[in-house]
Design a protein around this ligand. Structure first.
Ligand SMILES: [Zn+2]
Length: 276
């Protein structure tokens, strides 16, 4: 293992964490591309910094994509930031891809920030969570990205993430939903913590359920599942979607069950007609 030979200036305690990160990556994420990780490790800097206050939140660690620097207060927060490092690519048109987020430096716009944070947190928890039992940032985004992963499948989404391939993510979703709806979903994820967010949460739930139903309807058409299978899968999906509380309420409050029932009925009618 010679990936960290270049890291001469990095403090020993962080170096130990980087080694651990690489070890876990090789063991658990061998299906993912490690080129970005290897490339960025050559120039990575880690700087100790006091926590910053951002409104009500305290930021213990952050990653500066432009200069490949991790600012950190305590070592235990490092894995999340290393994931950002392992998924950051700058391309020639002045666009930085960070996992599922894109920053256009010319036009000074960023898209996909929260889908990226949610997925980064999901992977932090899944593979690197030994020390972070009480790390509760981005919980809602993490849960929604977990649900998206059920639709698009874990290996696929993990691969796309480590290739920082936002475009392929959109292409995959286009198999099951419209460009307009996908765009709204990405932007709605950024608005989760805004006040009066009921509409936003409803839209996200609706997007996820619709996308899943659309995928299952393809399975139904091709005989992979039958009508009962379809309904069971959707009910399980909604059950999982409601494992989170939002604004102190069960997420079920933000799901339009009548609309879903109508959609399932329509699908079943279509299916039964075709079988006759
Ligand atoms: Zn982050």
């Amino acid at each position: 293992m010679d990936e960290y030979n270049n890291l001469v200036d990095i403090d020993y305690k962080y170096l130990k964490k980087i080694r651990e990160f690489i070890k876990i990556f090789k063991k658990e994420l061998s299906h993912c591309n490690s080129n970005i990780l290897k490339e960025n490790l050559k120039t990575l800097k880690i700087i100790k910094r006091r926590p910053l206050r951002d409104g009500k939140d305290i930021i213990y660690a952050s990653y500066e994509a432009l200069n490949n620097v991790i600012y950190i207060f305590r070592g235990k927060y490092i894995f999340h930031e290393l994931l950002h490092m392992a998924t950051t690519v700058k391309n020639k048109d002045n666009i930085i891809h960070i996992g599922f987020a894109c920053v256009d430096l010319n036009r000074k716009i960023k898209i996909g920030a929260r889908i990226n944070e949610g997925y980064t947190m999901l992977l932090t928890n899944r593979y690197f969570n030994n020390f972070l039992k009480s790390y509760k940032y981005y919980q809602i985004e993490t849960h929604f990205m977990y649900m998206l992963e059920i639709i698009l499948e874990r290996n696929t989404l993990e691969k796309l993430y480590f290739e920082a391939d936002f475009d392929r993510l959109i292409d995959l979703l286009l198999k099951y939903n419209s460009y307009e709806n996908i765009k709204s979903f990405v932007f709605d994820m950024d608005k989760i913590y805004k006040k009066e967010n009921d509409g936003v949460i409803k839209n996200i739930n609706n997007f996820l359920i619709e996308t899943y139903i659309s995928k299952l309807s393809i399975y139904l058409e091709s005989g992979i599942i039958d009508a009962i299978g379809l309904e069971n899968n959707i009910l399980k999906f909604i059950d999982d979607l409601c494992m989170i509380k939002i604004n102190g309420k069960n997420n079920l409050q933000y799901i339009d069950l009548d609309n879903i029932e109508m959609k399932i009925n329509l699908l079943n009618q279509k299916y039964i007609k075709r079988k006759k």
